[in-house]
Design a protein around this ligand. Structure first.
Ligand code: N1C
Length: 292
């Protein structure tokens, strides 16, 4: 009799162990499956605290940087940004998804003071700042999204912080790319007078037809605008492209079809030591004359 109850206890114990192991194994399996789903894209995941960053940046921009835009409603702007992509397939972004956001935060920067760039972002920003000109990151939406990543998951209220689609490896119609395309298109098509663009002459093709500048901005400049191209070169490297190179010729032909005037300045060496060599000298002291 005692033997029998001992065996029963052992049986219960074993059963319990199997149950616990089964449940734990199952939970681990489900977690791994869930994670591999969220990890399936090849680009970086959404920036942690995305919403808070958007909100902070919005208040900073509208209250301090551009107080003339104080009347903008940052809560509404944040909501519109989130609802553009949350719970949606991260590969099915459309321009329409961002319409409400754009309507709420349409840029008000002067049309004749715009600087475009491709593979020269930091330099272009400093160049613009020095001359009282503006890049897209000086507009409210450009400022909000600068250097951030974001994407959602169908049916989930959360951002995917594990991975987001990459333009080349996953899909072109991802929410980040479409966002920059919509903004860039509007920024270029509403430009007037002389538009400056800084291109990287240390690359084989300073003008890249597949870049946002190449596929969105250049083809959307208005007729009679003048595009002033600055080919900047990294002093540490030999120049690899020039105003007479084939990539710039291609740009020229895209522009002439649109009746956009074109000026190209070659071999502009970058004397901005801080950006290119890490030495801490200021653009103002070193570069002012070079760019005037
Ligand atoms: O693809 P690019 O450059 O030619 O795009 C740059 C071009 C600029 O003239 C801007 O007006 O397009 C606009 N733009 C941004 O302002 C911007 N900020 C951050 C386009 N993209 C922008 N980003 C991110 O950098 C975005 O994720 C995009 O894919 C890159 C573009 O970098 P690039 O290839 O050097």
């Amino acid at each position: 009799m005692a033997d029998c109850s001992k065996r029963k206890k052992l049986c219960y114990c074993l059963l319990l162990c199997f149950l616990v192991a089964g449940i734990t194994g199952g939970a681990i399996g489900i977690y791994k499956w869930y994670r591999s789903g969220l990890n399936r894209w090849h680009g970086p995941g959404s920036t942690p605290d995305f919403q808070d960053i958007i909100e902070d940046r919005c208040y900073n921009y509208t209250q301090r940087i551009r107080p003339d835009s104080r009347s903008r409603n940052c809560q509404e702007i944040k909501q519109a940004f989130m609802s553009a992509f949350i719970s949606k397939d991260p590969c099915k972004a459309t321009k329409e998804d961002y319409r409400r956001l754009i309507d709420l935060a349409d840029p008000t920067v002067p049309c004749n003071k715009r600087v475009l760039w491709s593979k020269t972002k930091e330099l272009a920003r400093e160049y613009a700042k020095l001359r009282g000109l503006v890049t897209l990151e000086d507009t409210l939406l450009g400022f909000l999204a600068d250097r951030l990543h974001w994407c959602g998951e169908p049916g989930s209220p959360d951002l995917n912080t594990w991975s987001c689609p990459d333009w080349e490896k996953d899909c072109r119609t991802n929410y980040r790319s479409v966002f920059w395309e919509v903004l860039s298109e509007r920024f270029a098509e509403s430009a007037c007078g002389t538009v400056q663009v800084l291109l990287n002459g240390s690359l084989e093709n300073a003008f890249d037809e597949m870049s946002i500048f190449g596929r969105v901005e250049a083809p959307n400049l208005k007729p009679m605008v003048t595009l002033q191209v600055w080919l900047v070169h990294d002093p540490g490297k030999p120049p690899r492209d020039s105003c007479s190179g084939s990539s710039i010729k291609k740009l020229k032909s895209i522009l002439s079809e649109r009746n956009v005037r074109f000026i190209c300045r070659d071999n502009l060496r970058v004397h901005h030591e801080k950006r290119w060599t890490g030495r801490n000298t200021s653009w103002n002291q070193d570069c002012r004359e070079k760019y005037q």
